[in-house]
Ligand binder design. Structure first.
Ligand code: KG4
Ligand code: ZN
Length: 342
């Protein structure tokens, strides 16, 4: 099966050709990503209207490049897939309308994919991971801990009560005057900093379950910044290191709590989403998994952040699991909870 997939839910326009035929030497035949980072850099965050216009400007080029680089034609595709949500409505509409038009023109079935499900299944695109598994999805818009029981069958164990993890990185970077996106900037600055200089309280210590909250950490960071007269580079590095330390400690703690909530049969831990690219978070989770004899699956960095290969793979998994194709009037869903897929 070969799928042409489009992802345009936030600030990346991406098109990928994904294949699971036994005669395909690899699963991802192409995965073209046009990042809008330069466009949003001066605002310190994504401006939805600019994002939508940019998706519209470059989507044709990205699709053509994906087909050319995979050396395939549209007619060879078995289906066309697109992210239907959750995400920013303007970008989603551009991707959905384009994918539906291609499906109509090429007489191919269409598949609407949930962006979060795409992230959750990325580990299975890269490795041979059996379900059920415990997954952490941490991105710019989400922080959820999920028991993945089967394709389309996800039990949400906990989620953020306020900001997403990536949002906390982005806002902290903005407060420190570091470039967008905040995750990579904070990670880089933290390398030169002292993680023990600024103190934080671990959030939600008395709350049962594994929900998360990042707004208290963000406020504490703002207070740390305000407590310094004439902040210099070393102060910024120390704040970045202390912030990354508390976030990674807290994320691991919630993952440990989630692990206690799932069946003892679960031996696989999976992470995904842009924040899963964070080295300190990866290292802490790896240590936890090693100590518990669990296997840790962390997709390569370029597949952790938004890309269309995960959407194409999501479509393949759904089709193989017997899910129906989507009608051409399938709705774009800016809010689409992962728990309501079947
Ligand atoms: O999954 P993603 O590409 O898009 C969404 O669906 O949101 O995630 C983007 C988020 C941004 O907030 C970015 O700052 C964060 O992922 N991020 C990181 C790192 N790389 C990207 N956060 C922490 N450490 C990183 N190395
Ligand atoms: Zn994402």
């Amino acid at each position: 099966m070969k799928i042409l997939a489009i992802e345009s839910s936030c600030d990346e326009t991406s098109c990928s050709i994904v294949c699971d035929d036994s005669n395909c030497s690899k699963r991802i035949l192409s995965n073209i990503i046009n990042s809008q980072i330069q466009l949003h850099l001066k605002y310190g965050g994504v401006i939805p209207e600019y994002a939508a216009r940019n998706h519209l400007d470059c989507i044709d080029k990205v699709i053509n490049e994906a087909l050319k680089s995979a050396k395939v034609s549209l007619l060879e595709m078995d289906a066309i897939a697109a992210t239907a949500g959750p995400g920013l409505i303007g970008g989603l509409l551009v991707g959905m309308v384009t994918a539906k038009s291609i499906a109509l023109f090429a007489k191919k079935p269409f598949m609407a994919i949930n962006h979060l499900e795409g992230h959750l299944l990325t580990a299975r695109l890269c490795y041979n991971v059996a379900m059920p598994y415990l997954a952490l999805l941490a991105s710019g818009g989400h922080f959820i801990l999920v028991e993945a029981l089967g394709v389309g069958n996800y039990r949400v164990l906990g989620e953020t009560l306020d900001d997403a993890a990536g949002e906390a990185f982005d806002k902290t970077a903005k407060m420190l005057g570091l470039p967008y996106p905040g995750g990579p900037s904070i990670q880089e600055a933290a390398k030169k900093g002292n993680k023990n200089r600024f103190k934080y309280t671990i959030p939600l210590q008395k709350r049962l379950g594994c929900d998360a909250s990042f707004s208290g950490i963000k406020t504490a960071t703002r207070l740390h910044i305000e407590s310094i007269n004439n902040i210099n580079d070393q102060d910024k590095f120390d704040i970045a290191a202390s912030f990354q330390n508390i976030v990674s400690t807290f994320v691991l703690r919630q993952l440990e709590k989630a692990y206690k909530m799932v069946s003892s049969d679960i031996k696989n831990i999976v992470i995904s989403g842009g924040v899963a690219a964070n080295t300190e978070i990866r290292e802490k989770i790896q240590k936890f998994c090693t100590s518990r004899k669990l296997t840790f699956f962390a997709p390569p960095l370029d597949l952790c952040s938004d890309n269309a290969a995960m959407i194409g793979w999501g479509a393949i998994e759904k089709i193989k699991s017997g899910a129906k194709y989507s009608p051409l009037n399938a709705k774009t869903m800016p809010k689409w909870p992962i728990a309501n897929l079947v």
